[in-house]
Design a protein around this ligand. Structure first.
Ligand SMILES: Nc1ncnc2c1ncn2[C@@H]1O[C@H](COP(=O)(O)OP(=O)(O)OP(=O)(O)O)[C@@H](O)[C@H]1O
Ligand SMILES: [Mg+2]
Length: 224
């Protein structure tokens, strides 16, 4: 990696291992992962079930710590940070969308966005919902289609002006056309808002205009 690339690196995984113990069984969910994600890039982590995609997303999002290795954000090694500092990075920098990241059913779309805001702001919530193509502001989650619900979850991931959005299987519960619509929306947000996007999928139909595809198998990255 040259100096310019280093400056532009948003997230970096350096010799990362994640080993789980399942009773007597030891699972190498991630084995010696080295990869980086450039600022403002659109990235896909692709591979079959069990290859370690969700583990990788949780480690990038600081929800889990690696068994060995380093996670660097903006060049800063996060391994030795206090929990308080990690929480602050998670709150201020990283937006998360998980498979089935459920909205709160008893409040409408706008309130689902204002709730996690540091400073509750209805106009900002509406602005974000508009950005993701959802303008039925007063709709409740049980009145939304699965695609609409996913759009609102994506808007919710943007409420605290995060610079990166991590999405674990954002199209997992969607049919082909809905799935294409969500990918199109994510590409548009990546381009217009400059957000770094990292998403996982095991779908074989990958969009063309992706900056970086990480192909995984059995906890490792396949070399291109
Ligand atoms: N908390 C955990 N405890 C024990 N083993 C785990 C844990 N999380 C993941 N694993 C194991 O690590 C491996 C990788 O799992 P992971 O969920 O990251 O894969 P994945 O690629 O996201 O799969 P899928 O496409 O089914 O979501 C699997 O063998 C899984 O059983
Ligand atoms: Mg997964």
């Amino acid at each position: 990696m040259n100096e310019a690339e280093k400056d532009n690196t948003h997230f970096e995984l350096n010799e990362v291992w994640k080993i789980y113990k399942n009773g007597d069984k030891i699972v190498h969910a991630l084995s010696r992962i080295n990869c980086s994600f450039t600022r403002g890039s659109f990235n896909i982590i692709h591979g079959p079930s069990g290859c370690g995609k969700s583990t990788m997303i949780r480690i990038i999002g600081l929800l889990e710590t690696p068994t060995m290795g380093k996670v660097l954000i903006n060049g800063e090694n996060t391994s030795n940070l206090s929990q308080k500092k990690r929480n602050s990075i998670m709150r201020n920098k990283i937006g998360l969308v998980f498979k089935g990241s459920n909205l709160i059913p008893i409040i409408n779309a706008v309130d689902n966005l204002t709730l996690p805001m540091l400073h509750s702001d209805n106009n900002k919530a509406k602005e974000l919902l508009k950005k993701v193509g959802f303008t039925d502001y007063n709709k409740f989650p049980n009145e939304m289609s699965v695609e609409e619900e996913q759009r609102v979850c994506i808007a919710r991931a943007m409420v605290n002006n995060h610079s990166i959005i991590l999405l674990d299987e954002p199209t997992g519960d969607l049919h082909t056309i809905e799935s294409d619509n969500i990918i199109e929306l994510l590409l548009e947000l990546n381009q217009t808002q400059g957000l770094t996007m990292i998403l996982t999928t095991n779908n074989r139909r990958l969009p063309q205009s992706v900056n970086n595809t990480v192909e995984m198998i059995d906890g490792t990255i396949l070399k291109k």
